[in-house]
Design a binder for this molecule. Structure first.
Ligand SMILES: *Cc1c(COP(=O)(O)O)cnc(C)c1O
Length: 230
């Protein structure tokens, strides 16, 4: 084990305890999946987390993620691409990642689907919602989410899993609870309309407990697990 293992093991354990406590408070039986957001963290940090059982890693930058995948080759890990997706990165994401969580327009869904093809397991997709309606944010407007879900479903290389969002950061003075509740409502509405969604990806280091209280099934946590980004 590397020198990094004890602190990572402790942080991972305390995160799991906080996640489980939030689930108990929410009286939720739905498991919550932890995506360890490892962008800008050294390979050794990922290796240490993997050594104590973390299997799912989230990366925003395609080249950086691919380099880490290569360095950790052989380990049984799952890789989520979690940031905005540029169309010229679709081929690499489709070839090297298991999930794409930032799908926010039809063109990206089509390109990812074509690049993934059908000779390997489908790329797992979350549609990113711009839940706070800010022009500066990535994500599709809630009103257009259903049409984008249809486009994802129409791609044989993709499997639609759910919704993802990044609410307004807490330091804007606006609490994230309203955004989380709005996202949960949209998620339930789409499920009622027949979409087989099982993933509501919301909540980061600063607000994951509030996200779980609102029904998150997946949280994406970076700095609480790995410390500040380099
Ligand atoms: C960086 C990032 C995270 C993790 O942020 P922390 O505040 O470090 O937990 C989660 N989701 C996305 C989309 C990110 O870009």
């Amino acid at each position: 084990m590397s020198d990094h293992s004890p602190p990572i093991a402790e942080r991972l354990q305390s995160l799991h305890e906080r996640i489980e406590a939030a689930q108990r408070r929410a009286q939720s039986l739905t498991p919550v999946t932890l995506v360890a957001v490892s962008k800008k963290q050294p390979v050794e940090a990922l290796r240490a987390a993997a050594a104590v059982g973390q299997r799912i890693f989230g990366e925003n930058y395609v080249q950086e993620g691919m380099a880490k995948q290569e360095a950790l080759g052989g380990a049984d890990l799952l890789w989520h691409h979690i940031g905005p997706i540029q169309s010229n990165k679709c081929a690499d994401i489709a070839a090297h990642f298991d999930w794409a969580q930032g799908v926010d327009r039809a063109k990206i869904a089509r390109r990812l689907g074509e690049a993934r093809g059908t000779t390997r397991p489908a790329l797992q997709v979350c549609v990113q919602i711009n839940v706070s309606g800010e022009a500066s944010k990535s994500g599709i407007a809630p009103a257009d989410a259903e049409a984008l879900c249809e486009t994802v479903l129409a791609q044989p290389g993709l499997q639609l899993r759910g919704l993802m969002a990044i609410p307004t950061p807490p330091n804007d003075g606006r609490p994230p609870e309203a955004d989380f509740a709005a996202l949960r409502t949209l998620y339930e509405r789409l499920r009622e309309r027949g979409f087989a969604l099982d993933t509501l990806s919301m909540g980061m280091s600063a607000d994951f407990e509030a996200a779980i209280a609102a029904g998150a099934t997946m949280v994406r946590i970076g700095s609480q697990l790995f410390g500040p980004r380099g």
